[in-house]
Design a protein around this ligand. Structure first.
Ligand SMILES: [Zn+2]
Length: 465
């Protein structure tokens, strides 16, 4: 393997070095993001051990740039180095869902291969990472849309026992982002990518809060500075056609790299991602469809920003009572179980969530000293948090300008008022990750009245129901 190549647009972006990724932290060696980047595939493959078969993984959708057949070009380039085999998962069944059956059948179909070349969006690439991990072979990723940040991290979102979970899998050895190819992707995917990128304007505040209160590891502002600088180019877009595609790709790429280098998705995943997960789970429980991940995260980012604005005001008015906040909440396990009954009457999901929440609260019971310190130095934290956040109204305005949904009712299918209320109430009752909702819950502020205030504020900002 040659040393890392970090060619960026016009050679100006040095992705891996810029965000602090080296040989020890990652097996990612090549990251090319530029118009025409696909021409790098040949030299990427030349660096691999080319004895054996390379499996080209895609979802069967033709990809064309003008009159060019991109899949045929990739096939012919790979065939210059390897024997090739094409794997289209769920070929007979349409949409690819990464449940156990799909993963196992894809692993069986690719067993004995020498390399995986994954060509596609988030789902195909997540499957490529799983296969690379299972077979211990290198993965080359050719990203075909700007829909999520997960292309540049070593994690996959898989469906286990019917529920989505993010699991550690493998880094690609090379990530090729050809802007000519991405520009041809459906507009809905680019809009969704903007929504996923919008999490940079609210999620870091949750991460800061958790780290500062001793509920997460080290807060790494340097990583956020890199992602945030890329996201500057996304502000004040006037239309989808005027959107700076390079800024969007860089925000998503650095977001994924930031997750990879810190080892936690918390960098760009806070309350807004919890909201999106809850939309998924509410839909799955009904046997209904839900919208694209990024479309949901965009709507939820407006809510999360409004939530932070309301919370900061509430902390300004009445400071947190450390005694109240560290006293165990009576009957919490029952609240968790009840919250999940409507989704899963069998009680299985509720029991799993109750375990997560119990773990979180056990950690919380030990942070009394950090909380006292936090309350005593609130003005300083307020300043840091305000710098990490963007007003809900600005996030909503930018989403609206590119034609992305800003409200639950604009999602496909729409999420109704009753479900939104259930989602908001259930936010702190799902995972063991600590966010602002937990701080509000333990300090007695996570009430229906407060949730209404947040929804009203989001509505005034151009989002909400
Ligand atoms: Zn996301």
């Amino acid at each position: 393997m040659s040393r890392p190549r970090t060619v960026g647009v016009a050679g100006t972006h040095h992705y891996l070095a810029h965000i602090g990724i080296d040989h020890d932290t990652s097996t990612l060696r090549t990251l090319v993001s530029a118009p025409g980047a696909l021409t790098e595939l040949n030299s990427v493959l030349a660096d691999l051990d080319t004895s054996g078969t390379a499996v080209i993984l895609h979802d069967g959708t033709p990809i064309s740039v003008g009159s060019r057949d991109v899949l045929a070009e990739i096939d012919s380039t790979v065939a210059g180095h390897f024997t090739t085999a094409v794997l289209v998962p769920n070929e007979q069944h349409g949409t690819v869902i990464l449940d156990e059956a799909t993963v196992d059948s894809s692993a069986a179909a690719s067993s004995g291969c020498a390399a995986i070349v994954a060509v596609g969006g988030g789902t195909i690439v997540d499957l490529g990472k799983v296969l690379s991990q299972r077979h211990h072979v290198p993965l080359v990723v050719i990203q075909t849309c700007a829909s999520v940040n997960g292309f540049s991290d070593p994690l996959s979102v898989l469906v286990r026992n019917g529920a989505k979970s993010t699991v550690p899998t493998a880094w690609p050895v090379a990530l090729i982002i050809d802007h000519d190819v991405i520009a041809q992707a459906p507009a809905a995917l680019t809009r969704a990518g903007f929504g996923d990128a919008a999490a940079i304007w609210c999620a870091p505040a949750d991460w800061y809060l958790a780290c500062t209160l001793g509920m997460d590891g080290e807060f790494e502002s340097g990583v956020l500075d890199v992602i945030g600088a890329a996201a500057q180019g996304l502000r004040d877009a006037t239309s989808l056609s005027e959107l700076d595609l390079e800024a969007l790709l860089d925000t998503l790429t650095y977001g994924g790299l930031g997750i990879g280098v810190t080892g936690t998705t918390a960098v760009v995943s806070g309350c807004e991602h919890l909201i999106s997960h809850l939309i998924d789970m509410a839909a799955v429980a009904r046997g209904a469809e839900h919208d694209l991940h990024g479309a949901q995260v965009g709507v939820a980012s407006v809510i999360s920003a409004a939530l932070w604005e309301s919370a900061i005001e509430s902390f300004d008015d009445v400071s947190i009572d450390v005694d109240v906040a560290t006293t165990p909440i009576p009957d919490l396990e029952n609240s968790v179980t009840r919250a999940w009954e409507s989704i899963d009457p069998s009680g299985k999901i509720g029991a799993g969530c109750a375990r997560n929440v119990a773990q979180k609260m056990a950690r919380w019971s030990g942070v009394r000293a950090e909380l006292s310190e936090f309350v005593a130095t609130w003005p300083e934290h307020r300043r840091v948090l305000s710098a990490l956040l963007r007003p809900a109204s600005e996030i909503a305005a930018d989403l609206a300008a590119i034609g992305a949904p800003t409200k639950f009712s604009q999602l496909t299918p729409p999420v109704d008022r009753e479900t939104v209320r259930w989602i908001m109430r259930t936010l702190p009752l799902m995972r063991d990750r600590f966010t602002l909702c937990d701080a509000l819950l333990v300090s007695g502020r996570w009430t229906d009245e407060f949730i209404d205030r947040v929804l009203d504020r989001a509505a005034e900002s151009g989002g909400g129901l």
